[in-house]
Design a protein around this ligand. Structure first.
Ligand SMILES: [Cu+2]
Length: 354
């Protein structure tokens, strides 16, 4: 704690507290309207103009949310969604975040951007109590997809993260994405899939317990988390968050970018009936993507990007290929793809008695 206090005092002495580093007067400022996942905010894939100041706002919400049929929890989140919204910028842009903790909340929160540099990813200088707001400005020097998450310190960090406080940042190269041969590649649409593991206490009858506030659930939740057995593993905050009417959509012939984050556990995304044509393993767009992956890997605490060029119509299942987590705990999504079937790629005769 003493070291942290010294760090904070050093940051303040460097004028990072109280006032943001003055922006370049010539820098264009853009307000990015964040949207709930799995969608991305409006953005250009290529931006060869000078770096910009991208202004975004996140409001922390502590509210009741239903994460499976009949299972309601009191949980904190960024902007009310799990995961929090994805922020999209280009390399060397500045991100100017306003983080708001409404007075109606009960806990202190903050934010750690894995895509930023210094001050525990911003966590050391963004703590906000209920009724406060803070501004953080950082330069997006590294390209790729990155996790952000709440990190108040100590046991509060795994608690806030496993209750839903994480999201992602995508930093595109200014000249856009490149395939494994270095040729430019564009996506026709993009989705952000945040995978969330929940650890929920049960009562003596085996029913999930309900709490009146996020804070009230803290001791019981921590008892469950240290056993490392999640109650649910879900996409987009709840079981069925990306299936049925909430399924992702695409058309045959489109390149679809999937950004997949997991702030705490490892995951193994797999698209049944398709592939990861290009996968930026580890999330960095400065590295060549690997190709033709059947299943790729998301180490806990990272985001990974993959592009697939859809060639057949139908309902695809996008899941964590830990099939227990997918089928029994909820880590499963659908992609509904329209278009014409290609018999050359696949055909079958009707089943018959032999
Ligand atoms: Cu928090």
């Amino acid at each position: 704690m003493k070291i942290l206090a010294t760090q904070i005092s050093l940051f303040c002495s460097l004028l990072l507290c109280g006032a943001l580093q003055a922006a370049d007067n010539n820098m264009v400022a853009i307000t990015q309207e964040l949207v709930p996942p799995p969608f991305l905010p409006h953005h250009e894939q290529v931006d060869n103009s000078a770096p910009k100041n991208i202004q975004v706002e996140l409001t922390i919400q502590e509210k009741e949310t239903e994460i499976a049929p009949g299972v309601k929890i009191m949980a904190p989140s960024y902007n009310g969604s799990v995961p929090g919204p994805i922020i999209v910028v280009h390399q060397n842009d500045y991100i100017q975040l306003t983080l708001i903790n409404p007075a109606t909340n009960s806990m202190i929160h903050n934010i750690d951007f894995h895509g930023s540099t210094g001050a525990l990813g911003g966590a050391a200088i963004t703590k906000v109590a209920p009724g406060q707001e803070v501004q953080l400005r950082f330069k997006a020097t590294k390209t790729g997809v990155f996790v952000y998450h709440c990190a108040p310190g100590g046991l509060m960090t795994p608690f806030h993260v496993t209750m839903g406080m994480s999201g992602a940042l995508m930093v595109l190269p200014r000249d856009g994405l490149k395939d494994e041969k270095g040729n430019s590649i564009k996506y026709d649409r993009a989705y952000y899939i945040g995978e969330q593991s929940y650890y929920l206490p049960k009562d003596e009858r085996g029913n999930y317990k309900h709490y009146d506030s996020v804070l009230a659930s803290l001791p019981d939740v921590l008892d469950v988390t240290k056993k490392l057995v999640p109650s649910y593993v879900v996409f987009n905050g709840k079981v069925g968050g990306l299936t049925g009417k909430s399924a992702m959509t695409a058309k045959v012939g489109e390149n679809v970018l999937f950004i997949h984050s997991q702030a705490n556990e490892d995951s193994r995304p797999h698209l049944i009936g398709g592939h990861g044509d290009l996968v930026w393993q580890g999330g960095s767009f400065d590295d060549k993507p690997i190709t033709n992956q059947e299943t790729w890997f998301v180490p806990g605490g990272t985001a990974v990007a993959a592009i697939y060029h859809f060639k057949q119509p139908g309902t695809y299942v996008y899941l964590n290929h830990n099939l227990i987590q997918a089928v029994q705990l909820g880590a499963l999504a659908h992609v509904q793809v329209d278009g014409a079937w290609d018999n050359d790629l696949m055909s079958a005769t009707p089943a018959r008695i032999h």
